[in-house]
Design a protein around this ligand. Structure first.
Ligand code: UGA
Length: 469
């Protein structure tokens, strides 16, 4: 099928590459000419596993890029809208870009006599957006028999977006039966499992269920499914963070509790990792927007308010921990590992690590930070002398009073403690993502503080560590 994707952000670009991968002709539109030029040259622009490979495989063949929405609409049967929907100052999703795209599509359809086009709402939007899109299309002069609107929410996670797209748990389509069926055809290789059987398929990740189920609903239900799914996942994270605080207070270990609670299949152990709280371009924004949608509809969804409050409070709790370890922070040198909002991505939007660094700076600490992928994006958020961003992980630790892990990059779980101890002023590790077993860190000669577990304030002397080794 001929598919247009409007917007080449995380969702748009991954969808474009993945639709090409399952056999469609895809034209991806963005109004940023520099971005389109870079993508056409073969750059992938975002740090996303398997994306460079898919772009290289399909660019110039089944996948092309343009700045012309008109060209894309004319060439396609199905048009996916995957543009940004940031939160405005009132907490609502700003849908002005979505509206501009819809009007541009309508302009192309005016006077057209060709076959019906399907407009697919892929961006995360408030409930009711599908209806608004239809209304604006009609107002803008598009003939009712020449378009239909379907909501097809995206559930991919940054960092594993390509495999989430190709091996999803489910695909949800909300709209008329006829258009939902067209969407099922588009996703056929994923829904019938034939993609997974291809020799050149992107490898199936552990725990993936294939084939994916296909769930057809009303537009409103699909919109609520997206909002409620993110809200539920964020709620699980806030829940375990609240439990972590109880664990600390009563002398329990949240990692043991997590295993015990999460192994009940009704609860599940995913999204129960305690830490500095959730961030990113989705959960913080979507929770505020969902609460606002509910309020507009007359329902006071206070549970969501509490989820948001616990998430913010988690950083305060972690700051207390840093104080427990170091007492005052003014003039202290802190080595920070992690700037991205989670491991596996270069995205720093609403990153708990960035917010926490700002808290440390306000207390008068100096910060040297490292991130395997997000350094460039993070540099743009700080003024020149505010923090030092190092290219080498071990450079951050030079003369540091403590090492803080703020993002769960896998490589932060394999630190060379001897090397760190040799350059740090004090052997103190404050772990905001529970990357280590406390016993292991203590044996390595570090004082260790983590989330929801007992603190180990006294670092072993070097001679004791050597003896243990
Ligand atoms: C999230 C959802 O997981 C996707 O299903 C959804 O499609 C996406 O939002 C979206 O709406 O576009 P994403 O924001 O990429 O995906 O990342 P997650 O893996 O969900 O992580 C979000 C935040 O929660 C991160 O800061 C992460 O560190 C934190 N997190 C996650 C925890 O603190 N604990 C956990 O157990 C899991």
């Amino acid at each position: 099928m001929e598919i247009a994707i409007v917007g080449s952000g995380y969702v748009g670009l991954v969808a474009a590459a993945a639709f090409a991968e399952i056999g469609h002709q895809v034209i991806c539109v963005d109004n940023d000419a520099a971005k389109v030029a870079a993508l056409s040259r073969g750059e992938s622009l975002i740090h996303e596993r398997f994306l460079p490979e898919l772009l290289a495989r399909h660019r110039g063949q089944r996948l092309r890029f343009t700045t012309s929405i008109g060209e894309a609409v004319r060439a396609s049967d199905v048009i996916f809208i995957a543009v940004g929907t940031p939160t405005d100052e009132t907490g609502k999703a700003d849908l002005s870009t979505v509206e501009q795209v819809v009007r541009a599509i309508a302009r192309e359809l005016r006077g057209a006599t060709r076959e019906k086009k399907i407009i697919v709402e892929k961006s995360t939007v408030p409930v009711g957006t599908s209806r608004w899109i239809s209304r604006v299309m009609l107002e803008a002069g598009a003939r009712t028999d020449l378009f239909d609107v379907v909501c097809n929410p995206e559930f991919l996670r940054e960092g594993c977006a390509v495999t989430d797209f190709l091996y999803p748990h489910r695909i949800v389509a909300g709209g008329s039966a006829e258009s939902c069926e067209r969407l099922r055809e588009i996703y056929a290789p994923i829904v019938d499992g034939s993609y997974a059987e291809r020799e050149d398929a992107v490898p199936i990740p552990d725990g993936a269920t294939t084939p994916a189920s296909f769930i057809a609903t009303s537009a409103e239900s699909a919109e609520v499914i997206k909002n409620a799914s993110n809200a539920f996942l964020a709620m699980k994270i806030s829940f375990i963070n609240a439990v972590a605080n109880v664990c600390e207070a009563v002398g329990a270990d949240v990692e043991q509790v997590r295993e015990g609670v999460g192994s009940d299949a009704r609860i599940g152990n995913e999204f129960l990792r305690p830490g500095l709280g959730y961030g990113g371009s989705c959960f913080p924004k979507d929770l505020v927007a969902f609460r606002s949608t509910a309020a507009d509809a007359g329902y006071d969804f206070r549970l969501l308010e509490e989820v948001i409050r616990i998430n913010a409070h988690q950083r305060e709790m972690f700051l207390r921990k840093v104080h427990d370890a170091l007492w005052t922070l003014k003039g202290k040198r802190l080595a920070v590992l992690g700037l991205a909002f989670k491991g596996g991505t270069d995205d720093v939007r609403e990153s708990p690590a960035i917010a926490f660094i700002r808290m440390l700076l306000r207390e008068g600490a100096s910060v040297a930070a490292f991130d395997p992928a997000a350094a460039a994006n993070a540099r743009a958020l700080f003024s020149k002398d505010e923090i030092t961003i190092c290219d080498d992980l071990y450079d951050t630790a030079d003369s540091a009073d403590a090492l803080l892990i703020l993002t769960d990059w896998e490589e932060f779980g394999q630190l060379d403690f001897d090397r760190l101890r040799a350059v740090m002023k004090q052997a103190v590790l404050i772990d905001g993502r529970n990357m280590y077993e406390p016993e292991f860190v203590v044996q390595a000669g570090f004082a260790y503080y983590s989330i929801g577990r007992a603190s180990h304030p006294r670092a072993k002397a070097a001679s004791e560590v050597d003896r243990a080794a």
